[in-house]
Design a protein around this ligand. Structure first.
Ligand code: ZN
Length: 246
């Protein structure tokens, strides 16, 4: 077994609490396509253009059909082994919370309770005018608010919108209170992903990164692993159980 995996298992075993940060790589292991790579579906507009406040305001038809498709795709995916292990680690007191850039709700579906969704969620829609929240499934038939007639929109953070203040605050507190900060499937390019691991590391936490491609924080990390997230977490889990930490 990889030495870095052993090092991660040792760190987790000795840790009072780990914080976990997840990105797109966590969801691709569930077979969820990265919407940025779904070429050809949207001939006139790039997906990034449709996932924006500008499209919501000026091009609602295309905006709604883009999100109807993304919500429908979600119905076909299930949490993977990695999601399930993280939920189990939370129940066992090993993980204090998950910070995620993903909007698919798969951590909740796996049973995790403390999940800070920095980019919101595709599992709900809300009225842009009165804020009424509904399950995303209604969006297939209704894009108009039943209460006020306003536009319904997905509960995700669109390009041109601020990240939710409460999730940011909670993520920052989690990063500063953990003794292990574990990054899973994120290239750590966008804010605050590019800052939280560094902040945790400077505060004394051990930093581990499991990602397919290099990140700008690899040099700062205590360990970098280029392997599947599910396989890595399963190995760490096995090692921890062998050490009697369960
Ligand atoms: Zn409304």
């Amino acid at each position: 077994m990889n030495d870095t995996v052993k090092k991660l298992a040792d760190a987790m075993t000795g840790s009072k609490m780990a914080a976990v940060f997840t990105g797109a790589g966590m969801s691709t292991e569930s077979g969820l396509p990265d919407f940025r790579s779904s070429e050809g579906l949207w001939e006139k507009y790039r997906p990034e253009e449709l996932a924006s406040v500008d499209a919501l305001n000026r091009n609602f038809g295309e905006f709604a059909s883009f999100y109807r498709q993304r919500i429908a795709t979600l119905g076909e995916v299930q949490p993977n082994r990695g999601h399930l292990i993280l939920a189990d680690w939370e129940r066992r007191g090993l993980v204090g919370g998950i910070i995620t850039q993903n909007v698919d709700g798969l951590h909740h579906a796996a049973g995790s309770k403390v999940v800070h969704e920095l980019h919101g969620t595709l599992r709900e829609v809300r009225c842009q005018s009165c804020g009424d929240v509904r399950p995303a499934s209604v969006f297939a038939d209704e894009t108009e608010c039943g209460k006020c007639g306003g536009k319904m929109r997905p509960g995700v953070v669109l390009f041109g919108e601020m990240l939710p203040e409460d999730a940011l605050q909670a993520s920052s507190e989690l990063a500063l209170s953990c003794s292990v900060f574990l990054v899973l499937g994120s290239s750590l390019t966008v804010s605050p992903a590019n800052m939280l691991p560094e902040r945790a590391r400077r505060n004394g936490a051990k930093l581990f990164i499991v990602n397919n491609t290099p990140t700008h924080l690899d040099d700062l990390a205590d360990g970098v692993i280029r392997a599947s997230i599910g396989d890595t977490l399963a190995s760490v889990d096995e090692l921890m159980k062998a050490k009697g930490r369960d």
